[in-house]
Design a binder for this molecule. Structure first.
Ligand code: EPZ
Length: 416
């Protein structure tokens, strides 16, 4: 089983292109089903989760293949409305295909997505919204059987601004007769990227990025070429890498407006961050300062996906910082691994208190989930000696090649 060797103690100095965003590419790939035609997706990241989405599309009878960095998908020959258990288990967010298959075929059958490393991941809001749009949904033996004589636009109110539920219902509403209004919708930049893709295909919708999204259904959709946004969580990871190791980096394609809470925190800790037309420059020197408490929340609040890497960046800071995880029950699994490197972290329920230490040392650690794995690499860059990171399957789900990027930024990271 391959591992990453992170040789720490060296300041970073370099630049890298931030690849396309996993969390907008996945819903966009599901939405290609609505067009019944060709989508050329540029800046599409080569990730494990994207490979699973390609296999799901192929399983459904669609064609999907790479043309350089672009992924060319054609859904005209789709001939199935169910997804196998095996494929559903490979990627928790394959439930995002439900709205698209239902809108296209009038029926859909897939297995209930289980929980994941982060804790229980219910989809009750996805199902409640689809039922309100006119779907009949029965669950037998862990499989969801969905059927509709035709979806009809409604006003849907989400209990909380769920990213996945907002995306699934935006997609389903494109195939509904009449107007759908989603209230208390998620406002993440990835939702805006999905809307922009659908508009590019001819859909009629407004409001993504706000908490009210309005979709005029049944607009005739057509082929399109679309470029995915850059991955803001990958950018946040590399900002934390230079905060941990020191040095200067330039992140091409990163946007400050997508990362305002993370950048505000790193500035408060002592990093110098400047936005340029094509990207972000970050300098870090000496010991960082602890910061005011961090509470994860739906966008524009502090992103839960950056919690672990920010924790890793603050391990050697002066003072103590409290981090509160409000989105997922089980998102501190990286803490015990960081402690192996000499970190001082106390966890109680959803709160972790990081007390900065003078020095971290290399160790053998294991990635327990995607962002927790990235945090181990961030800590390893700021530690003395060698850190061996295993469990790379987790990391490869969301980073095209974390070692390639960290080396381009001046780090010494090798996959062995
Ligand atoms: C998306 O997951 C992202 N995944 C996650 O990123 C991210 O952490 C999360 O949004 C929050 O920002 C993708 O986009 C593929 P939610 P999603 O629905 O859609 C509860 C990463 O590291 N909930 O906004 O699953 C849920 O349990 C991943 O890239 C319900 O209770 O997140 C959670 O506590 C990890 N019922 C909260 O809402 C529902 O029907 C937010 O979940 C749906 C969600």
């Amino acid at each position: 089983m391959s591992r990453l060797l992170v040789q720490g103690g060296k300041a970073l100095d370099g630049e890298v292109d931030i690849h396309g965003a996993k969390n907008s590419t996945l819903p966009i790939l599901a939405a290609t089903i609505l067009t019944g035609g060709e989508t050329v997706l540029q800046n599409c990241p080569k990730l494990r989760d994207v490979e699973v989405s390609i296999r799901i599309l192929q399983y459904l009878g669609c064609s999907a293949g790479w043309d350089g960095d672009a992924l060319v998908v054609n859904t005209k020959d789709m001939n199935r409305h169910h997804i196998s258990d095996g494929l559903m288990r490979e990627m928790r967010s394959s439930s995002i295909f439900l709205g698209a298959i239902l809108a296209r075929c009038g029926k859909a059958n897939l297995s209930y997505p289980g929980g994941c490393e982060l804790g229980p991941r219910p989809i009750d809001m996805h199902l409640a919204g689809l039922r309100q749009l006119g779907a009949t949904i029965t669950e037998t033996g862990g499989r969801l059987d969905c059927e509709t004589a035709g979806l009809t636009g409604r006003t849907l109110v989400l209990r909380l601004p769920s990213v996945g539920a907002t995306e699934n219902l935006m997609i389903a509403a494109c195939g509904a007769t009449g107007t759908t209004t989603i209230l208390n919708a998620a406002r993440e930049p990835e939702i805006v990227d999905l809307q922009n893709y659908l508009l590019c295909c001819g859909a009629r919708m407004t409001g993504a990025g706000t908490s009210t999204i309005i979709i005029e259904g049944k607009a005739p959709l057509h082929d399109c070429t679309y470029a995915c946004m850059s991955d803001r969580i990958v950018a946040a990871t590399y900002l934390c890498a230079v905060a941990s190791a020191g040095g200067r980096i330039y992140l091409k394609g990163a946007k400050e407006e997508h990362l305002s809470t993370v950048i505000a925190l790193l500035r408060e800790a002592g990093c110098q961050i400047t936005s340029q037309s094509q990207g972000i420059v970050c300098r870090a020197q000496g010991r960082l300062q602890s910061v005011q408490g961090v509470k994860t929340a739906p966008y524009p609040g502090f992103p839960t996906d950056a919690q672990a890497v920010v924790m890793a960046a603050l391990l050697k800071s002066c003072g103590a910082t409290m981090l509160e995880e409000n989105l997922f029950e089980n998102r501190f699994r990286h803490v015990d691994e960081l402690k192996r490197m000499g970190a001082d972290i106390q966890v109680s329920g959803r709160v972790a208190v990081v007390t900065g230490v003078e020095m971290l040392h290399g160790a053998s650690v294991e990635a327990t989930d995607l962002r927790g794995g990235a945090a181990l690499c961030v800590a390893g860059l700021g530690a003395q000696g060698d850190t061996w990171v295993s469990g790379l399957d987790h990391i490869d789900r969301g980073y095209e090649s974390i070692e390639r990027d960290l080396c381009a930024l001046g780090g010494e990271v090798t996959r062995i």
